[in-house]
Design a protein around this ligand. Structure first.
Ligand code: NAD
Length: 439
C-alpha cells in the first residue's frame, strides 16, 4: 500500500491507524481493506479531513450470544454481531449475513461500506451490518427460525425503524426478514413493519426489492459500457455467485443478448462457450441450491474461472475474491462488483495498471439499499407504489449517482472507487461538521 501524507488538520496520519483494542493488527481482514480505501480518499477531503478519523471507528459494536434449542434436544450457542458504523446522516442501514465464517472485522467492514454506499446514492441512512456465525445449510427450518428470533431479540436494544434497519444479505431472505419483523413487533407491542426491509410484499415489503441489487448492477454496467464503447448485447459475461444479486444481474444481462459464459458458486464452476441458458440455470439453482450438476455446460476448475475469456466479470459472492494472485489473469474489460468488498486494494492497483475498469461495490450494488429506502418510506406512510414507479426511480437514482461519480473520477484522475469514496465521505463528514460534536 502506498502511504499517503497527512491531510491538513487530520488527527492521525493516514496509514498509521490507531486500532481499537478489540482488533489485532495482523488479522485485520476486510476491515484492513476498508482502512486502506479510506486512506486513499483523505488527501481529497480538504478541510473536512480533520473529521476523517470518524470514518475509521465504528460508532457502536454489539456482540451477542445466541443460544437455541436444537432439534436433537441439545443447546447450541452461536455468535452474533450488529455494528453501526456511522449514523450522522440517518438511522443505520445494512443487511444481516448468516455464514459460518462471519467475523467482527468482516461485519465492521460491511457496515462501513454501507455508510459509504448510502451516502454515495444520497439516501438518508448511516451504515450498519449484522451477522451470525452459522451455516444455515446445516440446520433445520425450525432451528433457523429460533436463531433468527433470538438474535433479533438480542440486538433489539439498538435496532428500530428510526435507529437501525436490517435487511437481507448472504443466506438471509424474505422469510428471515418476516421473522425479524415479527420478533421485534412482539417485543415492542405493536406491528412495526419499518424495522427491516426486504420483507415479503404481503408484510409491508416493496415490489421490486428482490431484483433491486441485480438491477442496479445492470444499470451501472450499461452506463459504464457506454463510456468504454462496449456493446453489452454482444458481450461475454462471467458471474461469481448466483444467488439474489448474481442471479438477477445474470438474467438482466442475458435478456439484452449478452452471453453468460461462466458461472461459479459454492458448488463449483460451469462454462458454456455459446452462453448458458440463464432462465434454466435459475430454475436449477432454485431446485438444487447450486449451479453444479447443470446440464448443457462444461465443469471447469474453480481457479480457471478468473481467466475465462469475457468482457464483463461480475463478482457477486463474498469478499476478497479478486486478489494480487488472480488480478493479473483477469481478461474482462470491466468488473462490476455485485458483492461487497470482492477486490483487495492490491488487486485494485493491478487492475488499474492493466486498464480494467472496476465499478466498485459502493456504487454498483447500491440498488438494493435504494429500494430498501423506498420500502422504508412506503412502510412509514402505509402507501405502496407500483413496480414500474419503483424501477424507474431506482434507475434514475443509480444513473445520476453513477454520472456524478464518473465526473469526480475524471476531475481528480482517480479510480471510480476513490471517486465514490470522495463523494460519500464528503457528504458524511459535512453532516458530521454541521451537527458538531456532542456534548
Ligand atoms: P445469496 O446468499 O443470495 O448468494 C450468495 C452466492 O454466493 C451463492 O450463489 C453462493 O453459492 C455463492 N458463494 C458462496 N460462497 C462462495 C464461494 N466460496 N465461491 C463462489 N461462490 C460462493 O447472497 P446475495 O444476497 O446474492 O449476496 C451476494 C453478495 O452481494 C454479498 O457480498 C452481499 O453482501 C452483496 N450484496 C447483497 C445485496 C442484497 O440485496 N442481497 C445488496 C448489496 C450487496
Amino acid at each position: 500500500m502506498s502511504k499517503t501524507s497527512s491531510a491538513p488538520g487530520t488527527s492521525v496520519a493516514p496509514g498509521t491507524h490507531t486500532l481499537p483494542s478489540y482488533l489485532q493488527a495482523d488479522k485485520l481482514g476486510p476491515w484492513g481493506n476498508y482502512l486502506q480505501q479510506v486512506d486513499r480518499v483523505i488527501p481529497h477531503l480538504g478541510s473536512l479531513g480533520r473529521w476523517a478519523e470518524t470514518l475509521k471507528r465504528p460508532k457502536r459494536v454489539l456482540i451477542v450470544d445466541v443460544p437455541i434449542n436444537m432439534d436433537d434436544g441439545t443447546i447450541a450457542h452461536f455468535e452474533g454481531y450488529r455494528v453501526q458504523h456511522n449514523v450522522s446522516r440517518g438511522p443505520g442501514k445494512g443487511g444481516v449475513r448468516f455464514h459460518q465464517d462471519v467475523t467482527l472485522s468482516e461485519v465492521m467492514a460491511l457496515s462501513a461500506w454501507m455508510s459509504i454506499k448510502n451516502a454515495a446514492v444520497n439516501v438518508p441512512f448511516g451504515g450498519a451490518k449484522g451477522g451470525i456465525r452459522v451455516d444455515p445449510k446445516t440446520i433445520s427450518m425450525g432451528e433457523l427460525e429460533r436463531i433468527t428470533r433470538r438474535y433479533t431479540s438480542e440486538i433489539g436494544i439498538i435496532i428500530g425503524p428510526t435507529k437501525d434497519i436490517p435487511a437481507p444479505d448472504v443466506n438471509t431472505n424474505e422469510q428471515v426478514m418476516a421473522w425479524m419483523m415479527d420478533t421485534y413487533s412482539m417485543n415492542t407491542g405493536s406491528t412495526s413493519t419499518g424495522v427491516v426491509t426486504g420483507k415479503p410484499v404481503d408484510l409491508g415489503g416493496s415490489l421490486g426489492r428482490r431484483d433491486a441489487t441485480g438491477r442496479g448492477v445492470f444499470t451501472v454496467g450499461v452506463e459504464a459500457a457506454r463510456h468504454i464503447d462496449l456493446d453489452i448485447s454482444t458481450s461475454r459475461v462471467a458471474v461469481q455467485g448466483f444467488g439474489n444479486v448474481g442471479g438477477v444481474a445474470g438474467r438482466l444481462f442475458h435478456e439484452t443478448g449478452a452471453r453468460i459464459v461462466a458461472v461459479q458458486d459454492h458448488g463449483g464452476t460451469i462454462y458454456r462457450e455459446a452462453g448458458l441458458d440463464v432462465p434454466a440455470l435459475i430454475r436449477h439453482v432454485a431446485e438444487t441450491g447450486s449451479v453444479s450438476g447443470f446440464p448443457n455446460a462444461e465443469v471447469i476448475a474453480d481457479e480457471l474461472f478468473w481467466e475465462v475469456d469475457c468482457d464483463i466479470l461480475i463478482p457477486a459472492a463474498l469478499e476478497e475474491q479478486i486478489t494480487a494472485a488472480n488480478a493479473g489473469r483477469i481478461k474482462a474489460r470491466m468488473i462490476i462488483e455485485g458483492a461487497n468488498g470482492p477486490t483487495t486494494p492490491e488487486a485494485d492497483d493491478i487492475l488499474q495498471e492493466r486498464n480494467v475498469l472496476v465499478l466498485p461495490d459502493v456504487i454498483a450494488n447500491a440498488g438494493g439499499v435504494t429500494v430498501s429506502y423506498f420500502e422504508w418510506v412506503q412502510d412509514f406512510s402505509s402507501f405502496f407504489w407500483d413496480e414500474a414507479e419503483i424501477n424507474a426511480r431506482l434507475v434514475r437514482i443509480m444513473r445520476e449517482a453513477f454520472a456524478g461519480v464518473w465526473q469526480v473520477a475524471q476531475d481528480h484522475k482517480v479510480t471510480l472507487r476513490t471517486a465514490t469514496f470522495i463523494v460519500a465521505c464528503k457528504r458524511i463528514l459535512h453532516t458530521r461538521q454541521l451537527r458538531g460534536l456532542y456534548p
